[in-house]
Design a binder for this molecule. Structure first.
Ligand code: BG6
Ligand code: MG
Length: 219
């Protein structure tokens, strides 16, 4: 596939920063309101899933039915709590090796962008003080389809005028890997290889990782 890497797209939550713990706390608190105890394993299934879809899943697991109007209120309440929790983020929360890897990409003339389902993307990037590292940012306010639809990644390719075959996506969620593959991009999983078996390759993190380590298939 990829002959030459021209663009690297990064998912945000779970790839650049650990926000899953805050999503979990906020969803857990909300679920308590309707007497449901959300487990950590269930939270894993919410990775990469939009706010509204996450709520629908939790309601389904809890066997609770809420009107669309009530769901809007619940999702807003969860977000209020989540936004409070992420106020504590600082530049130190960027995962090890991320800045160094992006700097290497820039030295090699490779463009960088964000492809995240989160509507809080801009706020998080600002808290981490890394907004300026990206040539383009696609967040949950700019997409109509959720991952595994490739829209969130294709938008960066279109905006930066780069073909998907020259694009590498970094993702921690199986649904995100699926989205990258559906878009014709090379997908690198960040995390557990057992959970990300649909990726082209899997890394544990960015520490010590460089462009030379990307194993591109030649054809
Ligand atoms: C994804 C997270 O990046 O963004 C999901 O993995 C989250 O857990 C989704 O639900 C939407 O985030 P937000 O900030 O718009 O509620
Ligand atoms: Mg993620």
């Amino acid at each position: 596939m990829t002959k030459k890497i021209k663009l690297c797209i990064f998912d945000l939550d779970g790839v650049i920063v650990d926000t899953a713990k805050y999503h979990y706390l906020a969803w857990k608190e909300l679920a308590k309101e309707f007497g449901y105890d959300l487990t950590k394993q269930q939270n894993e299934k919410l990775k990469g899933v939009s706010r509204v879809q996450s709520l629908k899943l939790i309601l389904q697991w809890a066997g609770v039915s809420k009107s669309e109007e009530e769901q809007k209120i619940l999702a807003a309440k969860k977000n209020e709590q989540y936004v409070k929790l992420i106020q504590s983020l600082t530049p130190n929360d960027v995962f090890p090796g991320v800045r160094e890897f992006i700097s290497e990409l820039k030295d090699n003339g490779i463009l960088t962008s964000i492809g995240s389902a989160s509507k809080n993307t801009r706020l998080i990037l600002e808290k981490l003080e890394i907004t300026g590292l990206f040539d383009y940012i696609v967040d949950g306010t700019m997409t109509t389809h959720s991952k595994p639809h490739p829209e969130v990644f294709l938008k960066s390719c279109e905006a930066l005028n780069i073909k998907p075959e020259n694009t590498v996506v970094f993702e921690d969620a199986p649904k995100g890997i699926e989205a990258a593959k559906a878009g014709g991009m090379y997908a690198i999983g960040v995390g557990n290889p057992d959970e990300l078996s649909n990726a082209d390759m899997v890394i544990s993190g960015f520490e010590g990782f460089g462009v030379k380590d990307i194993m591109l298939k030649k054809n």
